[in-house]
Ligand binder design. Sequence first.
Ligand code: NAD
Ligand code: UDP
Length: 311
Amino acid sequence: MKIVVTGGAGFLGSHLCDKLLELGHKVVCIDNLLTGSEKNIEGLKNNPNFKFINQDVTEINQDDIDQIYHLASPASPNKNNPKSYMSLPFETMQVNSIGTWNLCEEALKRGAKFLFASTSEVYGDPLEHPQKETYNGNVSTTGPRSVYDESKRFGETIVSSFIRHKNLDGRIVRIFNTYGPRMPEDGRVVIEFVKAALQNKPFPVFGDGTQTRSFCYVLDLVEGIIAAMEKGSSGQIYNLGNPDEFTILDLAQKIKELTNSTSEISFADRLPQDDPKKRCPDITKARQSLGWEPKISLEEGLQKLIAHLKR
Ligand code: NAD
Ligand code: UDP
């Protein structure tokens, strides 16, 4: 099959390209390198089944496509980092709205299957825990995270409308915090903490560190994304993530142990505005409908990431 991956030079997208090529597909990676890097796809450049096009998704024009995975979008909330969605508000709103609309049109014209990479952020600072796909979320429409949260929510509305009114063969995955090799240094917590630990610098904990997240290793996640495309039904939404939940202080402690670091906790900042206090996916639907669940524990995944960064 010929498959387009938007955001294919990014963290998740590059691992998805690897896996799709391994499965024998032809892959066209479309990426404008806004937050991604050609380094992530360096190993693929000589593969005759792989093509990289440096292009904005709002301009894509490809023939004979069987599937489109739409992953392009900045993904970090860290306002101090130039690659975060808070530093790229207009690009973020554009790629998730106009970009998604354009790609739905392209998929429809070519009879291609479509998958939209949405996010656990559509649940905002959730009042239901763990979060099921049926939960509608607790999201600010105007707060600093809204450029991401609300544009992903609108992206979901666009995809759902193309499915409902135009018969697009589409599905949505809501991805929860994912980590692993090739994570960009965009200020997200796992990479910040591992970097700090390897340099024996303090872990910059925002707030009191009791907020929780559930971290999924990238290779598990990629299998879930492909399962949603291959085994999922059109019109369905799937949470994809690891349901093991940790506080941010637990995460710092684990990374400290695994790196034998002397880093201490530094309570660097207040909890940023609208930062979710708890997050954990209910993945019952993905387990039952896709036969998918993560296999790699946080400890094992962190070991892999640390080994990769040391190399
Ligand atoms: P990333 O920043 O590494 O990758 C995003 C890629 O999209 C980059 O290569 C970037 O250059 C590209 N891009 C951005 N705007 C573009 C545009 N207009 N045209 C073409 N390319 C564009 O981020 P990631 O962590 O790999 O995230 C990938 C997707 O998964 C995003 O849609 C993100 O919202 C979603 N997601 C990721 C996580 C996570 O934990 N990694 C969690 C939830 C959702
Ligand atoms: N966080 C932190 N220190 C950092 C980066 C993040 O304490 O250097 C916290 C952040 O406030 C949030 C959690 O870690 O509560 C996860 O943040 P991340 O940026 O990875 O993504 P989010 O899950 O908020 O989208």
